[in-house]
Design a protein. Structure first.
Length: 318
């Protein structure tokens, strides 16, 4: 493994300063801008373990939750651009670009894309007695406008905006109830206090399998391999619906291109590993692994998408 790694380094880093040619020569910090235990954290630790093996240095997952991902993102945006502080970003980042006033960083300009790690569609879940299908949920919600609530991990979160889009496209008025985190929201949905939740699949799947929640549809345009028996929301009654979470790796802007290339190559290779793919797919996640340029274009499109959605909903930066 070290011989192959040395060959890769020789080819990629031949034209960069001597200090960069030794990269990595110490542990790498992967900042997760959310608390431990969530899907972002789980993915980061699984991927970090593979990258540690490939690069011969420990990937230390550093959970820096708070302010909907702003605090952790800010840490990486302002870190030295030397490849030793990385970010596992999510769909919360482009949402924050539209909804958080006076951000101290510019997500598109202050961070360098490495690769899109996974697409993470949400699953529309309800307590068993609420509805048996997306279409039935829409019918019930229209019959009693404002009587159903949907939870989210916080105002302006991608889960919140997924619910906003659902209301717009389905013609419903399901009331938003924000929580301080997805875990607390999920507890209240399982207990029946909240009727609707666009849940991260890894967290909701055990409850769906155990019969305590019913999965009505996934939010992506295509079915998720990990829950292939659950239709898409588009299939189940809201044509054209497509709104997914995602996780991707970035570095501070100015990180040497050779280091970005190395991290991209090793991350893409890790995502092709059958054991890691099986783990991620089993969590309802879809492994990607694209180029930095492709991930950069994806981020730009996400920022535009969230800006249009928040403007159409009349949501103002706070």
């Amino acid at each position: 493994m070290r011989v192959r790694h040395g060959l890769v380094m020789t080819l990629i880093l031949a034209a960069v300063p001597a200090w960069a040619q030794q990269y990595p020569d110490r542990p790498i910090r992967l900042v997760v801008p959310f608390v431990a235990g969530g899907a972002t954290d789980i993915v980061s630790r699984a991927l970090g373990a593979r990258l540690s093996q490939a690069l011969g240095q420990t990937f230390v997952v550093d959970n820096r939750g708070g302010a909907g991902g702003v605090i952790g993102t800010d840490i990486v945006a302002k870190a030295p651009p030397d490849g030793y502080t990385l970010l596992m970003a999510s769909a919360a980042n482009p949402a924050n670009a539209s909804l958080v006033k006076n951000l101290s960083h510019d997500f598109a300009k202050d961070l360098a894309p490495i690769t899109l790690v996974v697409m993470a569609p949400y699953m529309l879940v309800v307590p068993p007695g609420v509805a048996t299908s997306v279409q039935e949920l829409i019918t019930f919600a229209k019959a009693k406008p404002g009587s159903f609530n949907f939870a989210s991990s916080g105002t302006g979160s991608s889960q919140h905006l997924t619910g906003v889009l659902f209301n717009q496209m389905a013609g419903t008025n399901i009331v938003h109830v924000p929580y301080k985190g997805a875990g607390a929201a999920l507890i209240d949905v399982v207990s029946g206090q909240i009727q609707v939740f666009f849940a991260a699949i890894p967290g909701a799947l055990p409850y769906v399998k155990g019969g305590r929640l019913r999965g009505l549809g996934v939010t992506s345009a295509k079915r998720s391999a990990g829950v292939a028996d659950v239709p898409t929301i588009a299939e189940a009654g809201v044509p054209g619906f497509d709104m997914s979470g995602w996780y991707g790796m970035l570095a501070p802007r100015g990180t040497p291109p050779a280091i970005i290339k190395l991290l991209n190559a090793e991350t893409v290779k890790a995502l092709a590993n059958p054991q890691l793919r099986e783990l991620l797919v089993g969590m309802g996640l879809d492994p990607i692994g694209n180029t930095p340029a492709e991930f950069g274009a994806f981020i730009a499109a996400e920022i535009t998408k969230y800006r249009k959605l928040t403007q159409s909903a009349g949501m103002k930066p706070e």
